[in-house]
Ligand binder design. Structure first.
Ligand code: TYD
Length: 245
């Protein structure tokens, strides 16, 4: 499989066409950004940690019957994936209230959300990712009602599976963001990444943060230790000897 031209240079990942027109190569770079890309640092090994953690999670979700774009890891930070027509919606699932939710609404930080909240934001830095509703999604022509229903159903399934996955690793899944795309037949497939960049993860015992929130709060020297701790907890010893991170 050979890498061809760059089709999307994102803030932290680069997507390339390949010699197989149904597949793309996603390179996870060591860049770390916050605030719509306003603050940017390079963190050694971050790309590898996020790619390996995402791969593990996508394989786990596949085992639970959830289709993902993941095919295989070609290198520690390079993923071969099914090519999708990405839908510009950030689907956010929240099990505990924190972050923008408590900044925007009268709800106390740390409140358990049962049932979880499913929120959709329009993925566009220029407009600062505004929150969507069903009418706006349809007016912008982003997705049909049937597709929206599928996104909500899949978000719930991913949440159920991931909560269990992280619980086994002694981690609370506070909230996370996922993205979906359409395959050639129009099926909705989970894409992008699921990593400490896109989830809020708290240690079950100490409630310490183990995700990108540390970077958002300026604790840059603690970020990679936290990502490494997530890696150490969610990967098996066999996996770890293979990746050697
Ligand atoms: P949210 O509380 O909306 O954002 P903020 O970090 O601004 O308070 O975030 C909810 C979850 O979704 C959190 O785990 C981070 C993740 N997320 C992303 O990965 N990318 C994004 O662009 C946004 C808005 C959230």
């Amino acid at each position: 499989m050979e890498r061809k031209e760059l089709i999307n240079g994102g803030k932290v990942k680069s997507v390339y066409n390949t010699t197989d027109e149904d597949k793309v190569i996603i390179e996870f770079r060591d860049d770390m950004t916050a605030g719509d890309g306003e603050r940017k640092e390079v963190m050694n090994k971050k790309g590898c940690l996020n790619a390996v953690i995402s791969s593990k999670i996508f394989q786990y979700l596949e085992s639970k019957g959830i289709k993902t774009q993941f095919i295989e890891l070609l290198e520690n930070n390079v993923m071969l994936a099914q090519k999708l027509d990405m839908i510009p919606i950030e689907v956010i699932v929240r099990n505990i209230a924190t972050g923008s939710l408590v900044r925007k609404y009268p709800i106390e930080d740390g409140t358990k959300l049962d049932p979880p909240i499913v929120q959709m934001d329009y993925k566009d830095d220029e407009f600062h990712d505004p929150m969507l509703n069903y009418s706006i999604i349809k007016a912008l022509g982003i997705a049909t009602q049937d597709e929206i229903d599928i996104l909500v159903e899949l978000a719930g399934k991913v949440n159920d599976a991931l909560r269990e996955f992280f619980d086994q690793a002694g981690i609370i899944l506070v909230d996370f963001k996922i993205e979906f795309g359409r395959d050639e037949e129009g099926n909705i497939i989970l894409g992008d990444e699921i990593s400490p960049d896109s989830c809020r993860l708290w240690d079950k015992e100490t409630l310490e943060m183990m995700d990108k929130e540390l970077f958002r709060k300026g604790k840059d020297d603690e970020v990679m230790d936290a990502y490494l701790e997530v890696y150490n907890r969610v990967l098996s010893d066999d996996d770890k000897s293979k990746y050697g991170l």
